[in-house]
Design a protein around this ligand. Structure first.
Ligand code: DC
Length: 210
C-alpha cells in the first residue's frame, strides 16, 4: 500500500522542514501545498487584481502549473499573508483539490504538508501528523528564517502576522485549520529540528509496521 504522510499545522510550526526531511528519509515525493495558495496569490498580485476577486483567483487556481511553484518570491512574507486571504475562497480550494490528490495518488505514496491534508485532501493517509508550537516560538523561528534571507522584519510584527494568520486559517468556513481526529499531535515548542524529526520518524515507523 502506498505510504501517504499528511502533515498539517499552523504557520511557521516547522512542518515544512519536517515534511522535506521525512520525504528524503523515506524516498517519497514531497508537496508543500502552501506554495499552491501562494502561487495563486502571486498571480493576482502581479496582474494587479484584488485578493477578493473570487473569479480571478479561481481562474488562477484552475490554470496552475508545477513550474509556477519554483519562484523564490513565493516565500516572501507578503505572499503568505495574501495566500491566507485567498485560501478562504471555496472555489479556489476546490480547484486545487484535484491537483493535490493527483500528487498524493502516485504509486510510491507522498508527503504533503499544509492545513487540511489529513482532514480534506488525504483523509485516508496512513500517517497524519499535526505539528504545532507556541506562537512566540513560531515567531522566533520565522524571524530567524527571514533574517537569513535578508528580509528585515521586527519580531513583534511577525508575531502579530502569525496570530492574525492563525485566527484566519482556523476560523474560515472552508476547510479550517484543525487536527484530524486520528492525527498525532506533535508540539515542537521545546524541540529542535532533529528532535522533532526523530519524533515524527517514530510515528511513521510505527504506522509502517502496523
Ligand atoms: O504554509 P504556508 O504559510 O505556505 O501557507 C500559506 C497560506 O495558504 C496559509 O496561511 C493558508 C493557506 N493554506 C491552506 O489554506 N491550505 C493548505 N493546505 C496550505 C496553505
Amino acid at each position: 500500500m502506498p505510504m501517504v504522510i499528511a502533515i498539517d499545522g499552523p504557520a511557521a510550526s516547522g512542518k515544512g522542514t519536517l515534511a522535506r526531511r521525512l520525504a528524503q528519509h523515506y524516498g517519497l515525493p514531497h508537496l508543500d501545498t502552501g506554495l499552491l495558495y501562494r502561487a495563486v496569490a502571486m498571480v493576482l498580485i502581479d496582474m494587479g487584481a484584488s485578493l477578493d476577486d473570487e473569479r480571478a483567483a479561481t481562474h488562477a487556481a484552475a490554470g496552475l502549473v508545477a513550474d509556477q511553484l519554483a519562484d523564490p518570491r513565493l516565500r516572501e512574507r507578503v505572499m503568505g499573508e495574501a495566500a491566507s486571504r485567498i485560501s478562504g475562497i471555496p472555489a479556489v480550494r476546490g480547484a486545487l483539490l484535484a491537483w493535490q490528490q493527483r500528487f498524493a495518488g502516485g504509486a510510491a505514496g507522498a508527503v504533503l504538508d499544509g492545513r487540511d491534508i489529513g482532514t480534506v485532501i488525504c483523509p485516508d493517509a496512513r500517517v497524519k501528523l499535526f505539528i504545532t508550537a507556541s506562537p512566540e516560538e513560531r515567531a522566533r523561528r520565522r524571524h530567524r528564517e527571514l533574517d537569513a534571507r535578508g528580509e528585515a522584519a521586527s519580531l513583534a510584527a511577525i508575531l502579530a502576522d502569525i496570530q492574525a494568520r492563525d485566527a484566519r486559517d482556523a476560523s474560515r468556513a472552508a476547510a479550517p485549520l484543525r487536527a484530524a481526529a486520528d492525527a498525532v499531535v506533535l508540539d515542537t515548542t521545546e524541540l529542535d529540528a532533529d528532535e522533532a524529526f526523530a519524533a515524527a520518524r517514530a510515528v511513521v515507523d510505527r504506522a509502517r509496521t502496523q
